[in-house]
Design a protein around this ligand. Structure first.
Ligand code: PLP
Length: 324
């Protein structure tokens, strides 16, 4: 697991956003902006705050409230566009092309994507300069997957790793899986999803800007992909939390569920060194889990009350001191 859910703004988006905002400062831009599926909003707003620049954050309808609260707290101008991410992104693109505002993922996107290469660099470094055999990457616009692929290749070119044979597999939610649909149907054509329907808000890009490159990277490296449904995604979140103590958002659950499916389908070799990218934090998406968790226990503030609960839920190995 590459756990990228505990960065300063609690997703991997700190990596591309910090490069983008640094470039905006270098160019003398008067303000920064982005179109966001949720996590980029907080990252751009936080890095803009630190840089002393105003920010304009374009979001679609229906984002998780924690992500909006976080973004507003950094002093950002948050603009909710009535529509999907693709509509918010189209508007932001028009503004980016007709103003001198530096939009992290639009007019300064070439710099923005560089930041995510560190997710390939760090994984190789943490594995003792050994490249993994297989990585699983969640896909929204496809930028992250491509940056990771490029990061691995650049490390090989400069000689810090040898024998790169990494397979790159993608994860998208069933309700918004244009890249995985093309991949699994053997097509070169990515058909945009007009209205994404998934709890994975951060992956809900119906018309992914770098979708073709992501598809190419997956095919070239001999990778694969799956598009688990929301139920499997929530199970993936819970499995990771229960077994590793990492609480991720649905995008991370999509990666876990994809790994599970690929393993079941024999697409993962027993001996492969597999790295799963966990890209966001579950605390930002609490509403996604509200109906799928066990209820909490409520008791009187007495020892008897707890003892009767303990008896009911049968905690193995627990003993009570007699006569105390
Ligand atoms: C943005 C995001 C991704 C993928 O982003 P790309 O647009 O494909 O670069 C993955 N996981 C999370 C949690 C994200 O916020």
């Amino acid at each position: 697991m590459k756990n990228d859910s505990v960065n300063p703004t609690f997703s991997f988006k700190d990596r591309p956003a910090c490069v983008a905002v640094s470039k905006a400062l270098e160019f003398g831009s008067p303000a920064v902006g982005c179109a966001s599926t949720g996590n980029l909003s907080g990252a751009v707003a936080a890095h803009a705050a630190k840089a002393g620049l105003p920010s304009f954050i374009f979001i679609p309808e229906g984002l998780e409230s924690s992500k909006i609260t976080q973004t507003l707290s950094y002093g950002a101008n948050v603009i909710k566009v009535k529509g999907t991410y693709d509509e918010a992104n189209r508007l932001a693109t028009e503004i980016a092309l007709t103003s001198n505002i530096a939009f992290a993922n639009i007019n300064i996107r070439p710099y923005y994507v560089e930041g995510s290469k560190t997710l390939a660099f760090e994984v190789c470094e943490q594995l003792g300069w050994r490249p993994p055999d297989h990585v699983i990457v969640p896909i929204a616009s496809g930028a992250l997957l491509n940056a990771i692929w490029r990061g691995f290749r650049e490390l090989e070119i400069i000689g810090l790793i040898e024998g790169l044979g990494v397979r790159i597999s993608g994860a998208q939610p069933e309700g918004c899986s244009p890249v995985i649909n093309a991949l699994l149907s053997g097509s070169d054509q990515i058909i945009p999803v007009e209205s994404p329907k998934t709890i994975c808000k951060s992956l809900a890009i119906g018309d992914p800007a770098d979708g073709y490159y992501a598809l190419e990277a997956i095919r070239k490296t001999g990778g694969s992909g799956r598009a688990p449904n929301d139920e499997e995604i929530i199970e993936g979140v819970k499995l990771l939390a229960r077994t590793e103590g990492i609480f991720t958002e649905p995008a991370g659950g999509a990666a876990v569920a994809t790994l599970e499916r690929l393993a079941e389908d024999g697409e993962i070799d027993k001996d492969e060194l597999v790295v799963l990218y966990i890209t966001g934090n579950g605390l930002k998406t609490q509403e996604s889990f509200s109906t799928s968790l066990p209820r909490i226990f409520e008791i009187e503030p007495t020892i008897e009350s707890f003892q009767s609960l303990a008896n009911k839920i049968q905690m193995p190995g627990i003993k009570w001191l007699e006569g105390v």
